[in-house]
Design a protein around this ligand. Structure first.
Ligand code: HEM
Length: 140
């Protein structure tokens, strides 16, 4: 009896209270967040004072936005299927993905009405923070 009790205890405490984890989810969220950070690098390469924008890096930046969004959507799909016991983690990933979608949409409008950059750029920082938060929590 003593033996059964101790193995039960072990099962309960082993996978770090938070519950199951999915390596695919973790890596997809991490990759998406990394692309979001790189978006700032591409932006730094196309924003040139007084010389107009560098079109090639704008294209990379536009594609990067879609890649970040695609990775985030895949992560959410896997999270919804495999991480049912980690609702708050998956919910945070859904919030992250929604913010990336808004960011991509706004990005397309920045070129037309420059004032939207005042939302697009700070939102990018917030998204990077939320993505990093999801990533860190996903390993716990
Ligand atoms: C510090 C970070 C960022 C800065 C400074 C920045 C800046 C800009 C600027 C100035 C534009 C307008 C370019 C134009 O004239 O068309 C733009 C467009 C865009 N941005 Fe960002 N951005 C950042 C992060 C992001 C992130 C995180 C995403 C999405 C994950 C994103 C997605 C887009 C998209 C899809 C466009 C439209 C590109 C196009 O017209 O083809 N940006 N961004």
């Amino acid at each position: 009896m003593g033996h059964a009790q101790s193995s039960e205890l072990h099962e309960h405490t082993h996978p770090a209270a938070a519950g199951p984890s999915s390596r695919a989810f973790n890596l997809l969220i991490g990759a998406s967040t990394l692309v979001v950070v790189l978006q700032g690098v591409w932006a730094g390469l196309f924003l040139r004072e007084g010389e107009g924008y560098n079109e090639e890096w704008i294209d990379v930046h536009g594609d990067g936005g879609l890649i970040a969004l695609g990775l985030a959507i895949l992560a959410c799909a896997i999270g919804l299927l495999q991480l049912r016991r980690r609702r708050s983690l998956v919910a945070l990933a859904l919030v992250y993905t929604a913010l990336v979608a808004v960011e991509v949409y706004l990005g397309g409008l920045v070129g037309e009405t420059g004032v939207l950059a005042a939302i697009h750029i700070p939102l990018a920082l917030a998204i990077a923070a939320v993505g990093a938060g999801v990533f860190v929590r996903s390993w716990r």
